[in-house]
Design a protein around this ligand. Structure first.
Ligand SMILES: NC(=O)c1ccc[n+]([C@@H]2O[C@H](COP(=O)([O-])OP(=O)(O)OC[C@H]3O[C@@H](n4cnc5c(N)ncnc54)[C@H](O)[C@@H]3O)[C@@H](O)[C@H]2O)c1
Length: 255
């Protein structure tokens, strides 16, 4: 695979899969703009990529819940690299986990303060929606581009407590991805959703069951994304691809 003269934006790129993708993309010659709210992490990750001496990395402090910041990130990518070939929406995560919601104090869904869910829907759903709106202007001008959304097995399974996360992920997997692909068909733009099961960006994910009896190495998810973006993946479009060790096929075995 060769991404020389290609530019990607990776959101949530100060850690986990967003960073790993940026590193892989640059190692294959591409230029990448890393976006995140974690300024210190951004600087460290960007420097690590540039130290490899392959593609160029730059960073942009960007809260994906803020449309103006999203447009500024798009503009920075174009200013630095002249184009945007690929947008990967990694920024996300479960709000009740990240906001450390106390389940003894807030035992059920309606007890959890609505602000927690507003944050979750903002990062996991509105962020990719805003980025699509901003970046598709540039991709339409270029008459080319690819947007990768990151879904989750949770979007298929649901959850009775932290409902924002599966709701948002299902919105990407079965809604936004198809919508963008339909719009993109006139403009040579593709959209694909990649939906992992448990991934070992956090050790705790090792406890989640899969048919293969293990969680994914983060590199396995990035390899699929790189394939979709590569010359060999050009016919994949408008689809949600589960990459979950078969967890989506476990329903009967769970009961
Ligand atoms: N790890 C898993 O098991 C798993 C499974 C399925 C799906 N996913 C999805 O994969 C994606 C990446 O997961 P990860 O495990 O690498 O996560 P991670 O927690 O390592 O990285 C998420 C990044 O998003 C950033 N972020 C949070 N809020 C933001 C905001 N408002 N604006 C910009 N950046 C923000 C964080 O600072 C962090 O750097 C997420 O969308 C997640 O939901 C993860």
């Amino acid at each position: 695979m060769d991404f020389q003269n290609k530019t990607a934006i990776s959101t949530g790129a100060a850690s986990g899969m967003g960073f790993l993708f940026a590193k892989n993309f640059a190692a294959l010659g591409g230029n990448v703009l890393l976006c995140d709210v974690n300024e210190e992490g951004l600087e460290k990750c960007t420097a690590e990529i540039n130290a490899m001496g392959k593609g160029t990395a730059a960073s942009c402090l960007c809260d994906v819940r803020d449309y103006r910041q999203v447009c500024a990130a798009r503009d920075r990518a174009v200013e630095l690299f002249g184009r945007i070939d690929l947008l990967c929406n990694f920024a996300g995560g479960s709000s009740v986990r990240i906001k450390q919601v106390d389940r003894t104090r807030y035992p059920e869904f309606p007890d959890v303060p609505i602000e927690i869910f507003e944050w979750g829907l903002g990062v996991n759903l509105m962020g990719p929606f805003y980025f699509a709106h901003a970046v598709l202007k540039q991709m339409r001008e270029q008459n080319s581009g690819l947007i990768i959304n990151i879904g989750s097995i949770s979007g298929q399974e649901g959850n009775a407590y932290d409902m924002d996360y599966p709701t948002a992920k299902a919105g990407l997997m079965f809604g936004l991805t198809k919508c963008i692909a339909q719009f993109g068909s006139k403009h040579n733009i593709r959209c694909v959703c990649v939906s992992p099961g448990p991934v070992l960006t956090r050790a705790a994910m090792a406890k989640m069951k899969t048919l293969l009896g293990r969680a994914a190495d983060p590199q396995e998810i990035i390899d699929l994304i790189l394939f979709v973006a590569s010359d060999k993946g050009q016919f994949i479009n408008g689809e949600n691809i589960m990459i979950d060790g078969g967890r989506n096929a476990m329903e009967r075995m769970k009961g």
